[in-house]
Design a protein around this ligand. Structure first.
Ligand SMILES: Nc1nc2c(ncn2[C@@H]2O[C@H](COP(=O)(O)OP(=O)(O)OP(=O)(O)O)[C@@H](O)[C@H]2O)c(=O)[nH]1
Ligand SMILES: [Mg+2]
Ligand SMILES: [Zn+2]
Length: 292
């Protein structure tokens, strides 16, 4: 009987996982014992070896954090034990403000610090317009950094140091390109520019952990076109700008729709970005949630 060993899940492909032991240069190929599918990238696991390069995951240690998205049918854990989520947005293809909102909510609900990363800042005119729109989030206290994976990522170096950070966001925003720019020797597959029109194609198909020389790690994940929050009971408190207005509507069960005396409707009136955010809150509060 082999002695159990403890390592980190550094890549996850359905039932198959790579587990890296402390100090090891190459990962082990592992499967989870039994039929359970609850192992994700970033998990600390106990394994037993079945060959010099293969093992079986016997148990998953308690997680500090677990980021998920979910719909009515399925929970989709993204990564475990990360302390920062870098929500990557860009202008080409264009990002969806509602998905950004949902990523921020998911991160905060999981106790993970969100950072908004505007990539492709070399596409200048678009990037300036985009920064303007994103300043709405910055004013609420969300850190915002502007980088170009192809030219300059220096603004991210200090933010990543010593942290385990997950890159998350829609397809084509440049998450894998950021990996290649920030991790020496990384060769993450990136999308072809010719397909980088609002096409919805996913280049990355699995989650992978990259150790950083400065300490900590950076995790690449597949892009998504939807970000469901069925696992959360979303309220005004998930929207930083609305939380101080919670409880101030005339009706205590106000859904901020047609009710008179709605404090949120009064506050958003005439401000398109505020109105849009209120619309996202309404969508998340509907019994049959709008999916994206
Ligand atoms: N101009 C410009 N193009 C970029 C930049 N970063 C990435 N790209 C391009 O954007 C396209 C998509 O990049 P990826 O890194 O594959 O995007 P991704 O977010 O990993 O996409 P998925 O894996 O599908 O989620 C590629 O053609 C990249 O070359 C950037 O900073 N500037
Ligand atoms: Mg990718
Ligand atoms: Zn109201």
């Amino acid at each position: 009987m082999n002695k159990p060993l403890t390592g980190t899940v550094t890549a996850s492909f359905g039932r198959h996982h790579e587990v890296t032991l402390p100090g090891a240069s190459a990962p082990l190929e592992c499967v989870r014992r039994g039929r359970r599918k609850d192992v994700v990238c970033g998990d600390h696991v106990t394994i037993s070896l079945t060959s010099p390069s293969q093992g079986v995951i016997e148990s998953v240690q308690e997680r500090q954090t677990l980021l998920h998205r979910s719909d009515e049918h399925r929970d989709k854990p993204l990564a475990a034990n990360v302390d920062q989520a870098l929500v990557v947005v860009a202008t080409d293809p264009s990002y969806h403000d509602g998905i950004l909102t949902r990523c921020l909510i998911a991160a905060e609900a999981a106790g993970v610090a969100p950072v908004i990363v505007l990539n492709k800042s070399d596409l200048r005119n678009d990037a300036v317009r985009c920064l303007d729109a994103l300043s709405y989030y910055e004013q609420m206290g969300y850190p915002l950094v502007s980088v170009s994976a192809l030219h300059d990522v220096s603004a991210l170096v200090a933010i990543l140091k010593g942290h385990v950070s997950l890159l998350v966001g829609q397809s084509g925003m440049g998450k894998s390109s950021l990996i290649n720019a920030l991790v020496p020797g990384a060769t993450a597959r990136t999308g072809d520019l010719s397909t980088a029109l609002d096409s919805g194609r996913h280049t990355t198909t699995f989650t992978r952990w990259y150790p950083l020389e400065t300490g900590g790690a950076l995790i690449d994940s597949p892009g998504m076109q939807t970000f469901g929050l069925a696992h959360l009971q979303v309220s005004e408190y998930h929207f930083r700008e609305f939380s101080s207005l919670a409880g101030q509507c005339q009706f205590s069960d106000c859904r901020h729709q047609q009710e008179p005396g709605c404090a949120l409707k009064a506050w958003v009136a005439g401000h398109p970005q505020r109105e849009r955010r209120l619309q996202y809150l309404r969508e998340l509060q509907q019994p049959r949630r709008i999916r994206y």
